[in-house]
Design a binder for this molecule. Structure first.
Ligand SMILES: [Zn+2]
Ligand SMILES: [Zn+2]
Length: 418
């Protein structure tokens, strides 16, 4: 991937912001695992290296440890059985292990990488991500979602300096993970709507060029829906590149707006509620895909309203308390005052046609659903272990979980249509 060209393309952007990103190298190639040591050496990683992995990811990255050894690295492995939850205790553990180290390599994405990313940021160490599956788009992003207790908080962390992906390994990844990556990508359509809507009603910072870059990456992936689950190296490389692009987009604006909207919050709601009951959730992108279809259907309905009458948001605190249970104290903090207080209700009515247009600019729920089915994605809550009650509760209450404007949150202010 030509990062220098990307930097040039985004320099002096008309939005007025400087779009920088910390990523120095993205190396994608067939059999590239054996060059891992040489790549890290070239990028200035110190001799003592912490390697974070789980049993599955380390097995997938066959040859990586000898490659590091051959390049002169002394490797301290931290191998988990299976780390599905990225929690603060593990971040602190990795921080301790990083003392005296010259860098960290995360073999595998998701929770492993989120933990390593925040620890590396806090200890100011260089970070390499070796991706084993195109399962989500957090590779190049700046933030790390970490669980503390049962609550999930997105911390500013850092982008890896180096990303390495062996297309042989990506192509051999389980189909379920590749489909999950696709599900995470289609979520961007909702993210782009929410970002623009917030810009319209609150003047939140927005960059047309970054939004267009994300849109192009997601559309490109939609066009490949039929080959996502095939073991073809070229398809795997193309999907991976799409995921990298949306991650870079988040880095360029230093927030998750371009790549994450209310569908991610809905998915987090389900995840946290299950976690509170000690239950594990399905893969991130798999849940996000299902949440995306639910939200796109809602948004399509909202956009069919010729006009709206707006009333101030009234939160039923008793309902929120019951719905969130043990998570309630955190939710209360996030709504004190509620984000809706930052919006003049009159503006929603006045600029309603622009809001409708922002929804209609993105593909319809039917188009997205068809592509998801071709890509082997889950499309229903029953496929991700979310029952009808949890689905309903999530749709009703998830917007309270973030202090953030979305069309979903605005819909609480629509006067009921008769
Ligand atoms: Zn810009
Ligand atoms: Zn995601």
């Amino acid at each position: 991937m030509d990062l220098e060209k990307l930097k040039r393309d985004f320099s002096y952007c008309s939005c007025g912001r400087e779009h920088t990103f910390g990523l120095r190298a993205v190396e994608v190639g067939s059999g590239i695992t054996l060059n891992t040591g040489a790549i890290l050496k070239k990028n200035g990683f110190g001799q003592r290296l912490l390697l974070v992995a789980d049993r599955n990811t380390l097995a997938a990255a066959e040859g990586i440890v000898p490659s590091l050894g051959a390049a002169g690295f002394v490797v301290r492995p931290q191998v988990y059985d299976d780390l599905r939850v990225a929690d603060m205790k593990e971040v602190e553990n990795i921080q301790k292990l990083l003392s005296g180290m010259g860098g960290v390599i995360s073999v595998g994405t998701g929770s492993l990488h989120d933990v390593a990313r925040l620890a590396a940021a806090r200890c100011n160490k260089p970070l390499c991500l070796y991706a084993t599956a195109p399962s989500m788009d957090g590779f190049a992003s700046y933030n790390a979602p970490i669980t503390d207790g049962c609550f999930k908080i997105t911390y500013p962390a850092k982008t890896p300096e180096v990303i390495i992906a062996d297309t042989k390994v990506l192509a051999a990844a389980p189909a379920e993970l590749k489909s999950a990556g696709f599900g995470d990508m289609v979520g961007k359509y909702v993210g782009l709507i929410d970002w623009k809507v917030s810009h319209i009603v609150s003047g939140e910072y927005y960059c047309d060029k970054v939004a267009a870059y994300v849109r192009e990456a997601v559309d490109g992936m939609m066009a490949m829906a039929g080959s996502v689950t095939s073991p073809d190296e070229r398809a795997a490389a193309a999907v991976f590149e799409g995921l990298i692009k949306t991650g870079v987009a988040m880095s360029m604006v230093k927030n998750s707006r371009p790549a994450s909207g209310t569908e991610h919050i809905l998915s987090h709601f389900w995840e946290c509620k299950k976690l509170a009951e000690g239950k594990r959730s399905d893969f991130h992108g798999k849940k996000v895909g299902v949440a995306t279809l639910i939200i796109l259907r809602k948004y399509e309905k909202f956009a069919s309203f010729e006009d709206v009458d707006i009333v101030p948001e009234e939160i039923d605190w008793e309902e929120v308390r019951r719905g969130y249970g043990v998570l309630y104290p955190e939710v209360e903090k996030l709504n004190n005052p509620p984000v809706s207080h930052e919006i003049d209700p009159f503006v929603i009515k006045e600029r309603w046609q622009e809001i409708r247009a922002a929804v209609k600019e993105q593909p319809s729920p039917r188009t997205v659903e068809r592509a998801m089915l071709r890509a082997g994605c889950a499309t229903k809550c029953s496929e991700i272990g979310v029952d009808a009650e949890l689905e309903r509760l999530g749709i009703r209450l998830h917007p309270h979980m973030r202090h953030r404007i979305s069309l979903m949150r605005l819909s609480y202010m629509f006067r009921e249509k008769k």
